[in-house]
Design a binder for this molecule. Structure first.
Ligand code: ADP
Ligand code: MG
Length: 688
């Protein structure tokens, strides 16, 4: 079969329906998508040694002959060991495989194979455990720079690498060049065919670096161009000047006094809102820093000017919580607050939508449901998006588009994810930024401990004691939410909760919360916890953002090493919301010193920015934000931390291009414009 860029993955021989479905989870539908699914890293499999010369502790390739039969033994239940002796002209080594009982069928005595793995043992007796093995002379994944891809259940790295390699060899030439030759020359960038081949199947390290540079530059350039176009359009846009009305009533109605930093944020917000030029501001502050009240000021001010506003939250739980907070605050001030979420009954939704169009609701709080085409406003003056990184730039734009023709509402974006500067430069280039630093008074840092399995009994006693004193606790478990392992994962979380409920804490009320529950059920569980009826909440990361239960003073995180640092920091922000000392206990049985060191960062500091920087350094931006949750396409091209210079260059180039050719007009720039449009595709008409 001849592959083209448009060939569907499902048509490739050897790819069944199941596999095609798995690929679609990675948003790979065609060969062209495959080419754009860049590796997240590489493994050096280029170093060859003879057995006798191979350095200890390093991963190397060795060509060796199988010198004897494979012997299989059962170590304990569920653990099978296969051992074989291999040799080259100057030495021999033992090769061991765990749980690969059929490996013997592919290793034949007297034949040569390539083994890639870490050489262990002593000078006298060398060994390798679980190496990659391929027949000598037919090696595909050894002796090369091996790309490592983001995967999903049912797709192995070898499968993806093999397909991507074929795609690169056969179709790289067909990929349209979107960077003009002059630009490539000016910035020393490889052409697209070279880049596509070498990013997936690098000839050598230099070629890989050139390819990576080109790909990253292209993504950064397109993103910068898109933002520049957005900015351009906003510059001409007309908004509404929302003046200060009855301000004292708002401040007098607050249950607390604003901190200096909140006051400053309110002033900045007020200045922006008072200008007819539409605001586009990011309010950034760590979890618990008190962003909601700042937003509430904006909502109040819009309403007092006779405008509607929308507050958009990423989850139903959060939307419901915001609705409670905001209506408790603003209803007494005569402002009508409504709620709109996908899980509401159809009739309720209809009623709310009608009220919105009629102008009978001043502030609408909701989820993505607010973006739906069915939602229309009578006079939308302000959009607030909470926890921004969950929304793409496009989604924000879609909501903004619901204002009047030719007029744009003000936009306030709130983010609790401390964004390292490197990234905020890109993510929020189209926004002005207000930072809420510090915490409202009375906040104590959450006491954080990293402990092993041997502490479990003590921790259960601690939970027992705290809940006995009327306190509440979270127990967070990692759970795979998608793919084939999801069922098993759900089972184990459910079983653990049952164990806690029936055996360990029979005299406490224990409940379970996970992402596979229906929204209404989830909300019910959350409400019972918020009201104090539930004492111990066993949960997956669905409680991650924004949930506020001040009486919960303890969080235990199981298998903490499976979470990212930023994610753990967010989770930890769920406790320490009241006046008393709170605790976060990270349980980990990991022996891996690297992951333990990683977790110690959390023990050491509560500063979200420091944690985010560390996370970014260790894992790259894709993982920090959870890939694809931020509307930022370029994370595919891997680690940005070291690429600030390239970023600056790309931004410079974007500005030059747009200055010379507003709107990226002209035949030469058509492919680039098309790439930019595709990147911002969900925002219908965003860039026009
Ligand atoms: P976040 O920035 O994470 O959204 P919230 O707005 O939910 O934080 O505020 C966290 C908690 O702090 C809330 O319970 C809120 O009522 C309280 N809070 C906010 N500002 C102040 C303040 N100035 N003084 C006392 N408590 C405050
Ligand atoms: Mg919040």
């Amino acid at each position: 079969m001849v592959w083209t860029l448009d060939t569907a993955i499902a048509e490739i021989s050897g790819i069944g329906e199941q596999k095609a479905k798995a690929f679609s989870r990675l948003e790979i539908h065609t060969v062209g998508d495959l080419l754009r699914h860049f590796p997240r890293g590489y493994e050096d499999r280029t170093r060859w040694y003879g057995i006798a010369d191979a350095p200890f502790g390093e991963a190397v390739c060795v060509t060796a002959m199988v010198a004897g039969p494979v012997r299989v033994s059962q170590i304990r239940k569920g653990l099978k060991l296969s051992k074989v002796l291999v040799a080259d002209s100057r030495g021999s080594m033992d090769v061991t495989f765990f749980n690969r009982p059929y490996i013997g069928q592919s290793l034949h005595v007297g034949e040569e194979y390539v083994f890639f793995g870490v050489v262990e043992g002593t000078g006298l007796r060398r060994s390798m455990t679980n190496p990659v093995v391929e027949p000598a002379g037919k090696a595909r994944f050894t002796g090369c720079i091996m790309p490592i891809y983001h995967l999903t259940a049912g797709i192995s790295n070898n499968l993806l690498a093999g397909l991507a390699r074929n795609a690169a060899q056969w179709c790289a030439q067909a990929v349209e060049e979107c960077l003009p030759a002059a630009l490539r020359e000016e910035y020393g960038l490889a052409d697209v065919a070279f880049a596509m081949r070498n990013i997936h199947f690098p000839e050598n390290w230099e070629a890989l670096e050139l390819a990576r540079r080109r790909v990253l530059f292209e993504e950064l350039l397109c993103f910068s161009c898109g933002l520049a176009l957005l900015r351009e359009r906003r510059r001409d846009a007309q908004g509404y000047a929302l003046v200060a009305v009855e301000e004292e009533a708002f401040f007098a109605g607050l249950p607390f006094t604003l901190t200096d930093t909140q006051r400053h944020a309110v002033t900045e917000l007020g200045r922006d809102l008072g200008d007819a030029h539409p605001m586009n501001r990011l309010l950034q502050g760590d979890v618990g820093s008190g962003k909601t009240v700042v937003a509430a000021y904006g909502l109040y001010r819009a309403a007092k000017n006779g405008f509607q506003s929308a507050l958009m939250a990423p989850t139903e739980i959060l939307a419901a919580q915001h609705f409670r907070t905001i209506s408790a605050l603003l209803s007494p001030m005569g402002i009508r607050v409504g709620l709109l979420t996908a899980s509401m009954k159809a009739a309720e939704k209809r009623a709310v939508r009608a009220a919105l169009v009629e102008g009978e609701v001043d502030v609408i709080v909701g989820t993505h449901a607010l973006i739906s085409w069915q939602v229309a406003f009578s006079r939308l003056g302000l959009v607030v998006a909470d926890e921004q990184h969950r929304f793409g730039v496009e989604q924000r734009a879609a909501l903004v588009g619901k204002g009047e023709e030719q007029r744009r509402p003000h936009v306030l974006v709130m983010s609790a994810t401390p964004i390292p500067r490197t990234l905020s430069l890109i993510l929020y280039r189209d926004l002005d930024v207000t930072v809420l630093d510090g915490m409202p008074p009375g906040r104590k840092p959450v006491k954080t401990y990293l402990v092993g399995e041997e502490m479990r009994a003590r921790i259960y006693r601690f939970i027992h004691r705290l809940t006995g004193e009327g306190r509440q606790a979270y127990i967070v478990c990692p759970m795979i939410e998608e793919g084939e392992e999801a069922t098993a994962s759900l089972k184990s979380v459910t079983a653990y909760e049952r164990e806690l409920r029936t055996h360990l804490f029979p005299d406490r009320s224990v409940a379970l919360l996970h992402g596979k529950m229906k929204p209404q059920v989830r909300q019910g569980v959350m409400e019972k916890f918020a009201s104090g009826e539930t004492q111990i909440l066993v949960s997956t990361t669905v409680i991650e953002v924004g949930v506020d239960v001040p009486n919960a003073v303890l969080m235990v995180v199981e298998n903490a090493e499976r979470f990212g640092l930023s994610q753990l920091h967010q989770l930890r922000g769920r406790v320490g919301r009241g006046d008393d000392t709170s605790y976060c206990i990270l349980m980990s049985d990991s022996r891996n010193s690297e992951s333990l060191e990683r977790l110690k960062v959390l023990v050491r500091t509560g500063d979200g920015f420091e944690i985010a920087e560390e996370d970014l350094r260790q894992r790259g931006p894709g993982d920090v934000f959870g890939s694809r949750q931020h509307g930022l396409p370029l994370v595919k091209a891997a680690d940005l931390a070291g690429d600030v210079r390239l970023l600056k260059q790309a931004q410079g180039a974007a500005e030059q291009l747009i200055a010379a050719r507003p709107g990226l007009e002209g035949a030469e720039l058509t492919p680039l414009r098309a790439r930019v449009d595709r990147m911002f595709v969900q925002a219908e008409g965003t860039l026009n």
